[in-house]
Design a binder for this molecule. Structure first.
Ligand SMILES: [Zn+2]
Length: 394
């Protein structure tokens, strides 16, 4: 019920019954409980629905005052923080560049500072925060609460980001890798809406994918599902941060593409400038991006053979190149995947640089479903269980 209201906005009880498949009396009971819990409100905005026969339905919506959710995107170079209400309306956003030699402790301090800042800017009380969803640019082991040891700078290996942030913020904290969050956000608000099986490939400094299988995020046994950037493309290629050689991200990640272009396009070439030059028709920039697209397409073809998604969403900095990247990527997919698997639609993401931070918001809203949404026909759980669930933090 709550999920429907989140997804579709204000609805009448009749709409809720039709969409949920529950009886009208059951819907009325659940809505009544949600309203008494303060999680839903009734509005008198039914005027726009007069086409309905009989008494115009009163619209039910989630109570925007029932709480707020904070999303955090810890990137390689920048931290973004957003606060949204339970109706998914973003109330404020702040961002700051990370210092060049940032370590885990200074980064987490900055996150805490920005959370304070964003709540202040939105004029929101600390106590109304339901949870904080954080995206990190590395696979996160939900079981151990740590960043996957082999993936980032060794300094992050021993850090437990959930505990560290909970200590700093005294709020329920949920951590997930950035590509998974981007996938979640695209599924809820962006290019993935309406799909049951989708992959969201994020092409930035690293390359990662978030996999949506049967409408849910697929994490795998250890949380490393979707690490498409470490597909070996050239066994004797350059050594990757993971310790392997010739991984996709060493050949098609943003730093690799820039490196190819710097001898001819200048040592200070940035992603933004490269994308502008490519859009203006610069042959070298287009070629470098096209080749990255071809390589990524091979890995995406393997992914499509394994998971058979209906849609592949391309996100991240390099997706700013649009068709220059996507065209060759589609061609590789067509050439390398089984014909049926290759029918996956390849589309650009719609949320751009905000995908991960919005995914943080979506993560908390999903993770907290168990206390916000009453079980079918059952009694909604009380507000006091919020913290319990947050502390459990699976
Ligand atoms: Zn690697």
């Amino acid at each position: 019920m709550v999920e429907l209201l989140r997804e579709k906005g204000p609805l009448t009880r009749a709409d809720l019954a039709r969409l949920s498949g529950l009886s009208r009396s059951m819907v009325s009971t659940i809505v009544g409980e949600l309203i008494s819990e303060g999680l839903a409100v009734e509005g008198d905005e039914a005027s726009g629905r007069r086409h309905q026969v009989g008494r115009p339905g009163v619209l039910v919506s989630l109570n925007p005052e029932a709480g707020v959710v904070v999303g955090v995107d810890v990137g390689h170079r920048r931290v973004l923080v957003a606060v949204a209400n339970l109706s998914h309306e973003v109330l404020a956003e702040v961002g700051r560049d990370l210092p060049l030699d940032h370590g885990p402790s200074t980064t987490l301090d900055l996150v805490a500072e920005l959370v304070r800042e964003v709540l202040e800017e939105a004029g929101v009380r600390w106590g109304s925060v339901v949870g904080v969803g954080v995206g990190l640019p590395a696979p996160f082991e939900a079981g151990t609460g740590r960043i996957h040891p082999s993936s980032l700078a060794p300094s992050w290996g021993e850090v437990r980001p959930v505990e560290e942030l909970r200590r700093r913020l005294r709020l329920p904290v949920y951590v997930e890798n950035d590509a998974n969050l981007a996938a979640l956000a695209e599924l809820v608000w962006g290019a993935g809406r309406g799909s049951r099986d989708a992959a969201c490939v994020v092409v930035s400094d690293g390359i990662g994918a978030g996999l949506i299988v049967d409408g849910r995020l697929y994490r795998g046994a250890m949380g490393t599902a979707g690490e498409i950037g470490h597909t070996v493309m050239d066994e004797y290629g350059p050594i990757c941060r993971c310790g392997n050689r010739g991984c996709l991200e060493m050949l098609a990640g943003v730093p690799a593409v820039l490196e190819l272009l710097r001898p001819s396009r200048g040592p200070d070439l940035t992603v933004g400038r490269m994308l502008r030059l490519a859009a203006e028709g610069d042959a070298a920039c287009r070629r470098a991006i096209e080749d990255a697209g071809r390589l990524i397409g091979i890995a995406v073809a393997n992914l499509c053979n394994l998971f058979n998604p209906e849609r592949v969403i391309i996100n991240g900095e390099l997706s700013g190149a649009g068709e220059v990247l996507l065209g060759p990527l589609r061609a590789s997919l067509g050439r390398c995947a089984l014909p049926v698997a290759a029918t996956a639609e390849v589309v650009p993401g719609q949320l751009g640089a905000r995908a991960t931070v919005l995914g943080g918001v979506a993560l908390v809203l999903r993770e907290t479903d168990s206390f916000v949404a009453p079980p079918r026909g059952g009694k909604p759980k009380g507000v006091t269980e919020r913290t319990t669930k947050g502390e459990a933090n699976r």
